[in-house]
Write a protein that binds this ligand. Structure first.
Ligand SMILES: [Zn+2]
Length: 274
């Protein structure tokens, strides 16, 4: 079915992952046993993500949380062409710069905190922007993970082939760069209006102000070399900078139509974010 991953491809991805759950083949079976135990607990409503992240984390080899997450990033990152699952910018080759994204956020849906299909790889910006936002109307106590075709209200990066739902265009000259995103389906439009318009606006504003672009790139490079939470003052500063930028965008009306789209009853069939 166009616009949605079919069952055969889902089975293929599951089978492939089971062969690559650890970067060292000899550790695959132990990794899968550990993940199955954690998964069984998550299905009872326990958020097991932090336990996974911290599992044997002081060890440099063997079955550890960081290495399991690295293997997952590599596997799903490759499926995504090593681009962010939402904005399609290139993922940097640093673990902290490519957080694992919970499509249905684990705060609201702890029972899916380790669900294979609920996990994708995002860039730092998209992950920060989406945070715990609940998109769609799935009930929090949903017992089973919805099937691919049930995701009609928002873009699901593991189930929806990106190009069927969103296209982007990035133009760059010596002095100017410009990015636009266009949603082609209700799910793609939702992604543009909820997230990509901010990504595009930030990128266009930062990139077209050379001194700001350079300063932000330096801060970002430095931050990405450190685990999340290690640099609270710098994270607070970047957050304030983004808030300040958001105020500028709000003041200039840039988050209004056509950037964000009109109210639903008058919404056109295609929406742009720029
Ligand atoms: Zn992104």
């Amino acid at each position: 079915m166009k616009g949605c991953l079919d069952k055969i491809e889902q089975q293929r991805q599951c089978a492939q992952y089971q062969l690559q759950a650890h970067e060292v083949e000899g550790n695959n079976d132990e990794t899968l046993r550990f993940l199955r135990d954690l998964y069984a607990r998550s299905r009872r409503g326990e958020d097991v993500w932090d336990e996974l992240s911290n599992y044997q984390k002081s060890r440099k080899s063997g079955v550890t949380g960081p290495l399991i997450k690295n293997a997952f990033r590599r596997f799903v990152g490759a499926l995504q062409g090593n681009r962010c699952c939402y904005c399609r910018r290139w993922l940097l080759n640093i673990a902290h710069a490519k957080p694992i994204e919970h499509v249905l956020p684990r705060n609201s849906y702890p029972q899916f905190s380790l669900q294979f299909w609920n996990l994708a790889v995002a860039c730092f910006d998209c992950n920060q922007l989406k945070k715990e936002a609940v998109w769609g109307s799935f009930l929090p106590d949903l017992p089973e993970y919805p099937c691919a075709t049930a995701f009609t209200e928002f873009f699901h990066p593991r189930f929806h082939p990106y190009a069927d739902h969103v296209s982007f265009e990035r133009r760059e000259t010596n002095h100017v760069s410009h990015v636009t995103y266009t949603g082609h389906t209700p799910q793609g439009e939702h992604l543009c209006s909820e997230l990509l318009y901010i990504i595009a606006a930030r990128e266009n504003l930062y990139r077209n102000n050379p001194s700001l672009a350079e300063a932000v790139a330096t801060l970002q490079d430095f931050q990405e070399q450190h685990p999340e939470g290690d640099l609270p003052a710098l994270e607070a500063f970047r957050s304030s900078l983004n808030d300040s930028l958001q105020c500028q965008l709000d003041d200039s009306g840039l988050d209004e139509w056509p950037l964000k789209g009109p109210e639903p009853e008058t919404r056109p069939s295609r929406r742009h974010a720029r």
